[in-house]
Design a protein around this ligand. Structure first.
Ligand SMILES: Cc1cc2nc3c(=O)[nH]c(=O)nc-3n(C[C@H](O)[C@H](O)[C@H](O)COP(=O)(O)O)c2cc1C
Length: 229
């Protein structure tokens, strides 16, 4: 069945305004850092709800919206989550992680202790829905699930940052334990864990450099000389 079409004519901004908005957004985006030490200060549920609504506006393959978010503020649940995560993480750091991975992580100062899972006022566990279940229990395919959920998580992180909240993108390895812990069905795969809150007093982050525009992009414009084909 075709979806009916509706008119879409958002207000067109003068280009100077567009450029000015992007300049401001760039500064805001440049100021975002992954935080690993959180204050226990509370964040109201409405803030998380709106950030999740924003995440839910992300584009998705065939509009399947293959994401599900479990937002946790319950202290006892966070304790269980942290205990389960630290078992996996200890195994990862002590035995499973190849040396090159450990070398790459060393400058970030991470280890198996995941204090942020109990300190941050909210922990959002993001799931990727690999297929939907139809009305008769049949499997309905989803498309580009990883890409879609990745974009939704990008929207989420950026929305929280713009609102003055800090996040950590945490990927316990492996993270299958999260499905059972959160009581999610078999068609969902844990994707990422995102603690949300404020940086703890005295919080520090690694002094990282970001790649410059010319290292991450090139432009093929009307003045570019094209080779003859
Ligand atoms: C897919 C992905 C997985 C990540 N996993 C972890 C993680 O498990 N633990 C952690 O401390 N940081 C994790 N990070 C955060 C990165 O280390 C961080 O984004 C990177 O060092 C750049 O720092 P910045 O976010 O402050 O710019 C992850 C980031 C991404 C995008």
């Amino acid at each position: 069945m075709n979806a009916p079409f509706v008119p879409y004519q958002p207000d067109r901004k003068p280009i100077q305004e567009t450029l000015a908005i992007l300049q401001v957004d760039l500064k805001t985006a440049q100021a975002r850092r992954t935080v690993r030490v959180f204050s226990t200060d509370e964040v109201p549920r409405e803030a998380i709800e709106d950030a999740l609504r924003i995440a839910g506006t992300a584009p998705s393959g065939a509009h399947r919206q293959p994401w599900y978010f479990v937002a946790i503020s319950n202290p006892e649940f966070k304790k269980r989550l942290r205990a389960a995560a630290e078992i996996e993480e200890k195994e990862f750091y002590d035995h499973k992680a190849p040396q090159d991975w450990l070398d790459a992580l060393r400058p970030l100062g991470t280890d198996f202790v995941k204090l942020h899972l109990t300190d941050a006022p909210w922990v959002i566990v993001v799931f990727r829905r690999d297929h939907e279940i139809g009305p008769d229990g049949e499997k309905l395919k989803n498309y580009y699930m990883t890409e879609s959920v990745g974009i939704a998580v990008g929207f989420l992180i950026q929305a929280l940052h713009r609102a003055g909240l800090a996040t950590l993108t945490h990927t316990p390895s492996p993270m299958t334990f999260l499905r059972e812990l959160c009581g999610r069905p078999m068609n969902e795969k844990p994707f990422v864990v995102i603690p949300v809150g404020y940086p703890a007093e005295g919080c520090e982050v690694p002094d990282l450099e970001r790649k410059q525009l010319d290292e991450i992009s090139e432009f093929i414009s009307s003045s570019t000389h094209l080779p003859t084909c």
